[in-house]
Design a protein around this ligand. Structure first.
Ligand SMILES: [Zn+2]
Length: 144
């Protein structure tokens, strides 16, 4: 009696399993691993990562803990701290990206910063060499 009742159920389950397996082959990586989410271009951390990783924007706060963005700072109404120059910002950005690759995390920030500085100095030097070579060539051409 029970075997007659179970037979159609197990058959429908079997069909559902086969249907799931067929659909599973068609799905993208994020479809197969829905817990990871899709790849997104994150506006906040300016990296490309999975949507499961949630980035929070952190704003500077005053002594009372009030976010300065709420008081108009950062919207062109006067800045508490001046903007950094481009190269300093590059160092900060690269350091933050390198920190996760160090075993002690934030405790190794000095190592990460010096690594970032070394990498960026190579890039800056290569850029200036390229510009100088172009200038040299241009001036030679202009001299005739
Ligand atoms: Zn992010």
């Amino acid at each position: 009696m029970s075997s007659k009742e179970q037979a159609p159920i197990s058959n429908s389950i079997q069909q559902a399993v086969e249907k799931f397996r067929e659909e599973f082959k068609q799905k993208s990586f994020s479809g197969r691993h829905s817990e990871l989410g899709k790849m997104i271009n994150c506006v906040i951390c300016s990296r490309r990562h999975r949507s499961a990783e949630i980035c929070l924007q952190r704003f500077a706060k005053n002594e009372q803990g009030v976010e300065l963005i709420a008081k108009g700072y950062g919207h062109g109404k006067g800045r508490l701290h001046r903007h950094w120059n481009r190269r300093s910002l590059q160092v900060v950005d690269l350091t933050r990206r390198l920190i996760p690759s160090y075993p002690n995390g934030e405790e190794d920030f000095k190592k990460a910063r010096s690594r970032a500085l070394n990498l960026l100095r190579k890039i800056w030097h290569a850029t200036s060499q390229r510009v100088q070579a172009q200038q040299k060539l241009s001036r030679r051409i202009n001299r005739g």
